[in-house]
Design a protein around this ligand. Structure first.
Ligand code: KE4
Length: 426
């Protein structure tokens, strides 16, 4: 009997490239038919066939409270009754800006946009506008959205599909993007020594979630901070994924390192389109209408989307939220590792807050090269076995996973049991 997912996928491909509106959803790396979700509630999603899954993707990070949280849904419906968008300032945007400035270390001014890509694209334009320099440094395997300058040896879907450097980006643009090795402090120092006067900014995922899950070493980030300060380059922490996901002050709070600019997305929209960039006042005052660096957006700071984000953040910033979330994620990881190792399968995991990575290798990777040593075929086999057992992990060996506050004992125990069954017949 043909699954409704298959029917919908065939139909979608008639009008949408690859049948999806974002490539990593297409199951290209893992094979098989993408699941078309009909609804989500708490830790669960249901596909077009009515099959239920425990969701460990959470829309790639935003749903830190779980699906359809009553307070978030109410905030959206209440706000929508007063109008969806004005293209004019609203008070709720000030509420969000005040919350972010208070919560994120070093954020003196912040601008809301509608996606993480807009946030990172603008942060780098700001770095170039503030310094008058052309070059940016990014790191292989890190993904910062799909702006031209950043689709050079990128992670996430670009890596998943095997084309980390996108077609369509002219050499004149890609040439100003210097791609270095993640966690290689010496190479970074050597690069600054050679071309420091040309470097406008450095952008990094402090915990890389787009080549699976690879935390920066403290030495790497400390070196980065010192070099940017010494050479007058703008340090951008891309916390679109880690912001309000790994801790109440994001990854920069865990490391105790203050960037010049921070980009945010995902959780701050609670499932609706919100991104943000912000940081040092002297840098942010270069953005229009105050300064010469232009940026704009019809739906920037959209009040309905911001209402969803505020309802989410109010829960996230409550005392003890991340202690509880981090314990759940660690328990998930420990149960997966225990199930695999009991059967002699090389498997490891790592996590922070509600974000985790699983790897078919003995130890968690500390670099892009080590990520690439992981057994992708084993991951794909695990992914499909888990799907059959009603567990939905990211359909790529190069993506992080996510646990929400809605995941409870029942879901974590069910996942542990399913993992034992999967590895029992490995
Ligand atoms: P968006 O434009 O997708 O809102 O954000 C881009 C972005 C920027 N920075 C980081 C660290 C990110 O992880 C992302 C987007 N993440 C991917 C998942 N790894 C989004 C999922 C997708 O592309 O469909």
């Amino acid at each position: 009997m043909t699954s409704k997912n298959e029917t919908l996928f065939a139909r979608a491909q008639q009008t949408i490239p690859g049948g999806v509106n974002s490539p990593v959803r297409a199951f290209r790396a893992v094979g098989g038919t993408p699941r078309f979700f009909a609804r989500g509630e708490g830790p669960y999603v249901w596909d077009a066939d009515g099959k239920r899954y425990i969701d460990y993707v959470g829309s790639w990070g935003p749903l830190v409270l779980g699906h359809a949280h009553p307070e978030v849904v109410k905030a959206v419906t209440d706000r929508a009754k007063d109008g969806l968008s004005f293209g004019a300032p609203t008070e709720i945007e000030i509420e969000m800006a005040e919350l972010l400035v208070k919560a994120v270390p070093g954020m003196e001014l912040v601008r809301l946009v509608s996606s993480g890509t807009e946030a990172t694209m603008t942060a780098l334009r700001l770095a170039r506008g503030f310094t008058g320099r052309p070059k940016i440094i990014k790191f292989e395997g890190c993904y910062h959205g799909h702006a031209d300058s950043l689709l050079v040896k990128a992670g996430s879907g670009a890596l998943t599909l095997g084309n980390p450097s996108s077609a369509g980006v002219p050499p004149e643009i890609a040439g100003h993007t210097v791609v270095l090795s993640f966690n290689d402090a010496q190479q970074l120092a050597d690069t600054f020594a050679a071309i420091g006067s040309e470097i406008a900014g450095v952008i990094v995922e402090p915990i890389a979630g787009n080549m699976n899950y690879v935390p920066a070493t403290p030495e790497f980030l400390r070196t980065m901070r010192e070099l940017c300060t010494k050479h007058g380059a703008v340090l951008v922490f891309d916390e679109v994924m880690t912001g309000f996901r790994v801790g109440r002050e994001g990854a920069q709070g865990l490391y105790g390192i203050r960037p010049d600019l921070t980009t945010l997305g995902k959780v701050i929209g609670g499932g609706m389109p919100v991104g943000a960039f912000g940081g040092r006042r002297d840098v942010m005052e270069k953005i229009a209408p105050l300064g010469p660096v232009y940026q704009a957006g019809t739906l920037s700071g959209n009040p309905v989307a911001v209402a969803a984000g505020l309802a989410t953040l109010k829960r996230v910033l409550a005392p003890g939220f991340f202690d509880a979330l981090g314990a759940k994620t660690k328990r998930l990881c420990d149960s997966l590792v225990a199930a695999a190792r009991a059967k002699g399968v090389p498997f490891s995991a790592a996590s922070a807050g509600g974000m985790f990575g699983v790897f078919f290798r003995e130890t968690p990777p500390a670099s892009y090269a080590q990520v690439m040593e992981s057994d992708k075929d084993a991951f794909n086999r695990f992914f499909h076995a888990a799907l059959t057992k009603g567990l939905y992990f990211a359909p790529s060996a190069f993506e992080a996973g996510f646990v929400s506050a809605a995941h409870g004992d029942a879901e974590l125990d069910a996942t542990a049991r399913a993992a034992q069954e999967i590895f029992a017949t490995w």
